[in-house]
Design a protein around this ligand. Structure first.
Ligand code: HEC
Length: 131
């Protein structure tokens, strides 16, 4: 029998398969991620659409965006040449240790040590995908 609930579970399941490293249900993490984002990233990055002028590029809709591609932002050559698409996994890798993932990046951030915090902040960014 088809029920919306089953459909929801099926969707969550396929997400989990596609993104094994990131838990399927982001909802609780997105809320916590908002706090982590504010303390760890918000001083340099905006997520509100069309807000510019901070040290880092706007991260609204960053999921699915090619690295170093936001128009009008002056990226390092390293970031422009990185050639990844920002997904949960690639962002989690970047913020583990930015200088290791993109040697020569202008992102002056030491890294987020806690895997839980990394997941939470990625979930928060995913929740901003379409805003
Ligand atoms: C001290 C400032 C600063 C902090 C803190 C910081 N960033 Fe950044 N971030 C930058 C700068 C500057 C860049 C551009 C880097 C480059 O051009 O090499 C960047 C780039 C990025 C990019 C690549 C975006 C793109 O358009 O390609 C992502 C994703 C990102 N940061 C996520 C985060 C997250 C998530 C956090 C918090 C865990 C964070 N950053 C913390 C300054 C910062």
């Amino acid at each position: 029998m088809f029920t919306p609930l089953r459909f929801a579970f099926a969707c969550l399941f396929s997400l989990a398969v596609a993104q094994a490293a990131i838990a399927a249900d982001c909802a609780p993490d997105a809320r916590r991620g908002a706090q982590v984002f504010t303390t760890e990233c918000g001083v340099c990055h905006a997520v509100k659409k069309d807000v510019a002028g901070l040290m880092g590029p706007n991260l609204n809709g960053v999921i699915g965006r090619k690295s170093g591609s936001l128009a009008g932002f002056s990226y390092s050559p390293a970031m422009r040449n990185k050639d990844v698409t920002w997904q949960a996994e690639t962002i989690a890798e970047l913020i583990t240790q930015p200088q290791a993932y993109v040697p020569g990046t202008y992102m002056p951030y030491m890294g987020l040590a806690s895997a839980d915090d990394r997941q939470a902040v990625v979930c928060f960014l995913k929740s901003k995908e379409a805003l």
